[in-house]
Design a binder for this molecule. Structure first.
Ligand code: UDP
Ligand code: MG
Length: 317
């Protein structure tokens, strides 16, 4: 609607080469929406420089001046990660009075032309519009890991669509609810399907990154996946219990077998030679369970400390 003040939130980490191209493309989409009176002329782009070490902040400053201040930004004191950068952008959008905010990556791998459909859905009364990838441009290994992650997290009871991305529209009402989520360990995409708000999925084609390469290492994706699971499900802890129960049960059977062997002076009992393998399995299972519990304890520790999710150095508003 004509009076919808839209904020487009973009996390940026070392995107000096990519940003000018992306901002230009976004500008075309935004201007068309303003001209056709789908959104207010007060709409803006909000960039979060997540501690870039290249010229990203200079690019942002220049864009801010040239845009007549329709491009606003904050700069983190160091690299806090993509999730805190997105949250910072959404918090700022809320504080700047946005009626709706759309998050999108700086490389525009998500199809920026879908923003029009997002706005249409918002006008129809949807509070959340989730961008779901139709395809993935990642290599075989990353794709396989992503598929496995979504299977595991769904199996653990977390309500999240496979191939959900950080391309999403949220209404002001959703932003207000999000402002009450104070967790340090963020896995933003897990939050939305459980809020009970009117939610629509829109599918989009993923494009290849035009300049530069992915800012995520395999390890950082693994950490994000672990954080996502621990943040939204306690089922792994229950699985630890059932695994422990199963191992104890088999151990009792083995103990009975040993006693039978002793009583009847049997030299050979079929299957008993598997005992050593069983011992290594049980030892491995214990370490695995300690690891699972450790992940939860680590996350509790971080949450209890309640440290700030990010620290900002500079603002352009
Ligand atoms: N990003 C960020 N902080 C980081 C890593 C990435 O703000 O520590 C931003 C990055 O600039 C981009 C978005 O997060 O706007 C997604 O990153 P990228 O395109 O590298 O991820 P991929 O496409 O591989 O998922
Ligand atoms: Mg990308």
């Amino acid at each position: 609607m004509q009076d919808t003040k839209l904020a487009i939130v973009i996390p940026c980490f070392n995107e000096a080469q990519m940003l000018p191209i992306s901002l230009q493309k976004l500008w075309v989409v935004l201007q068309k929406l303003i001209d056709e009176k789908h959104i207010s002329s007060e709409s803006f782009v909000f960039l979060v420089d997540d501690g870039s070490v290249d010229a990203t902040w200079d690019v942002i400053k220049k864009a801010h001046e040239e845009s007549g201040f329709k491009i606003k930004a904050v700069r983190f004191s160091r690299n806090f990660g993509n999730q805190p950068a997105i949250i910072a952008g959404l918090e700022n959008a809320y504080n700047l009075g946005a009626d709706a905010a759309i998050t999108i990556d700086a490389d525009l791998q998500q199809d920026e032309n879908k923003i029009v459909e997002f706005i249409q859905a918002y006008d129809e009364g949807y509070d959340i519009v989730c961008g779901i990838r139709k395809n993935r441009t990642d290599g075989f290994f990353k794709k396989a890991c992503a598929n496995m992650f979504y299977r595991v997290i769904n199996f653990l009871g977390v309500n999240i669509k496979p191939n959900h991305s950080e391309f999403r529209l949220v209404s002001r009402r959703t932003l207000e609810i999000l402002s009450k989520y104070k967790e340090t360990n963020l896995f933003i995409r897990g939050l939305f399907y459980d809020l009970g708000l009117k939610t629509k999925d829109i599918y989009f084609e993923v494009k290849e990154r035009e300049v530069g390469k992915s800012k995520f290492s395999f390890l950082s994706l693994l950490a994000l996946a672990a954080r996502g699971i621990v943040s939204f499900s306690v089922r792994p802890l229950r699985l630890v219990f059932f695994l422990g129960f199963g191992i104890s049960f088999v151990s009792v059977l083995l103990a009975i077998a040993c006693i039978v062997r002793l009583i009847f002076h049997l030299n050979y009992l079929p299957g008993l030679e598997l005992f050593e393998t069983w011992e290594t399995f049980a030892a491995g299972a214990q370490i695995l369970c300690i690891g699972i519990i450790g992940e939860y304890i680590g996350q509790i520790l971080m949450e209890v400390k309640g440290r700030p999710r990010y620290i900002t150095d500079e603002e352009l508003k």
